[in-house]
Design a protein around this ligand. Structure first.
Ligand SMILES: Cc1cc2nc3c(=O)[nH]c(=O)nc-3n(C[C@H](O)[C@H](O)[C@H](O)COP(=O)(O)OP(=O)(O)OC[C@H]3O[C@@H](n4cnc5c(N)ncnc54)[C@H](O)[C@@H]3O)c2cc1C
Length: 491
């Protein structure tokens, strides 16, 4: 007789973590709920929806093969789905690992679910809160160094491997010339994929795996082919390759198919074998044990209201280019949005320095931008999008996460990307009809927010530059034209 109902959300798809850690086919019924709210509640990118649903159905099939009674239920809401199962098999206790968002945690707890700790991260929520409580400012680098020591990764007797905590000075190269990028893995589609694709009316790419085996194959491909080159080109955007040496592992880390521990172990093994240099291994390790853990920790530490912050009073509605890549003549923005349209993913720098930079500089409402990013990206989830958008990308939190906004003009785009060649706009110009909109808007942003940022000593150089501008009145006029043109889809 079953004794427990184990509820597995679509981002806890791991046999050895969360509520399944102690699962037993003899006593536990496993429930997954494909809720209407999740599938059709928002204009989700179909590639994202396909990935999440197909991964969950594959996972359910794997558990059945292991002997579990698995109820994969379609219902209006998660709670309706759980009620349906209870009506079928009796009012058994429902157990779940702590959900990954405030909203779901509250809803399920109020309904009566019991929680086991969420072990999908390396840092528990109380442990992170302990670290944060001792900090004056929440600098990620400080958290990361503490993580290295705590987890014993690339440290000996408290000292960093190869004498440095961070090798960014060796990285941050622009896109290489005459470079052959290794091909990325293609993931063949099976019957479950085809069934989900047909239901959604979507023709999926072969970019994303929907099984544990596929996720492991992606990890293997990253370690064997890309890890060694990860560091140097981490921040570049190439015209001839959409992924460079990025791992493409975020979707699986976020839906549970992979755990950070196995990803880190694989990278450290490669380093121990001499298959990848320290500047790449350290840079990758920093993303996983540093950034990813820090973002999750900060989501829980900062609280539910943090999502609504709008300290720069940015109230512009979402620009049309975000929903249609053809609605701009800016080569960088159009190309990056086209990448999102194609595969629901672009790497960190296009997210930050192109999409978010545009939202920040145009004064786009941070919550409107957050909603769009949340709907479009394959790896999006509340815990990860909220601090990345509200804190890192749009500075809507007044600097709780970052000491200064990530605002950049066309010169940055020119240095780190190949988009400026053949673009209608000139990154070196800030006024005139062919001025790069990023360059114009960058100075205009500093000008508009002088009162907020002028006393920030990390921005002293930027304001010294602004104070030297002799064409500020003309620039303000051009900035208005640029904003209007972006709103009309003509810039
Ligand atoms: C505005 C903005 C929004 C973002 N939204 C998301 C999101 O919804 N989901 C998501 O997983 N990442 C998000 N990121 C972080 C990062 O861009 C992606 O994790 C990364 O591009 C995923 O591709 P990858 O797996 O090839 O990453 P790699 O470059 O190979 O990095 C390895 C891993 O590091 C982790 N990581 C690195 N930076 C971050 C970060 N800032 N936050 C969380 N994890 C990080 C990811 O798990 C990633 O898989 C966002 C960043 C920005 C600037």
């Amino acid at each position: 007789m079953p004794a427990r109902i184990l509820y597995v959300p679509f981002d806890h798809l791991n046999r050895h973590r969360g509520v399944l850690r102690t699962a037993d086919p003899a006593t536990d019924v496993v429930v997954l709920v494909e809720s209407e709210r999740m599938v059709s509640g928002r204009p989700w990118h179909p590639e994202r929806l396909f990935f999440l649903v197909s991964s969950a159905r594959h996972f359910a099939a794997d558990l059945r093969a292991e002997g579990f009674d698995v109820r994969y239920v379609r219902a209006a809401t998660t709670i309706d789905g759980l009620e349906t199962v209870r009506a079928e098999i009796g009012t058994l206790p429902v157990v779940c690992a702590e959900p990954s968002s405030f909203q779901q945690s509250r809803l399920l707890a109020e309904w009566g679910a019991d929680y086991v700790p969420n072990d999908f991260f390396l840092t528990s929520r109380p442990l992170f809160a302990q670290w944060a409580a001792t900090q004056k400012t929440f600098v990620m680098e400080n958290f990361y160094r503490a993580q290295r020591v705590r987890l014993g990764i690339l440290v000996t007797n408290g000292k960093p491997e190869a004498g440095q905590w961070n090798f960014d000075a060796d990285n941050r190269l622009p896109p290489p010339k005459n470079y052959t990028w290794p091909p990325y893995l293609e993931h063949a589609r099976d019957d479950i994929d085809r069934e989900v694709a047909a239901e959604l009316g979507h023709e999926p790419t072969t970019t994303w795996a929907t099984t544990r085996a596929g996720a492991l194959a992606q990890l293997d491909r990253f370690i064997s082919v890309h890890l060694a080159g990860f560091g140097p080109y981490e921040d570049a955007i190439a015209a001839d390759n959409w992924a460079l040496h990025h791992s493409l592992l975020s979707p699986y880390l976020n839906n549970g198919l992979l755990h950070a521990t196995e990803v880190i172990t694989a990278a450290l093994d490669a380093y121990a074998r001499g298959a990848a240099p320290i500047q790449s291994v350290e840079a990758f390790v920093r993303q996983i044990i540093g950034w990813r853990e820090y973002i999750n920790g900060m989501y829980w530490f900062l609280g539910e209201d943090y999502r609504n912050a709008n300290e720069l009073a940015a109230d512009r509605p979402l620009l049309p280019v975000f929903t249609d890549s053809r609605k701009t003549r800016m080569n960088c923005v159009g190309s990056v949005v086209a990448g999102v349209e194609a595969r629901a993913w672009v790497h960190h720098i296009p997210r930050l320095m192109v999409l978010s930079n545009l939202a920040l500089l145009t004064g786009t409402n941070p919550q409107a931008f957050l909603d769009w990013m949340r709907e479009q990206f394959i790896d999006a989830a509340e815990w990860v999008m909220v601090p990345n958008i509200i804190g890192m990308a749009t500075h809507a939190d007044g600097g709780q996460l970052m000491t200064k906004p990530y605002a950049a003009g066309g010169a940055y785009i020119k240095r780190m990307t190949e988009f400026c060649k053949g673009c209608a706009y000139n990154p070196a110009k800030r006024v005139g009809p062919d001025a790069c909109p990023f360059t114009t808007l960058y100075w205009d942003f500093l000008d508009r927010h002088r009162d907020t940022f002028a006393r920030n000593h990390r921005m002293a150089q930027q304001f010294a530059g602004l104070n030297r501008l002799v064409d500020l009145p003309e620039l303000r006029v051009r900035a208005r034209e640029v904003r209007d043109g972006l709103e009309a889809g003509t810039i």
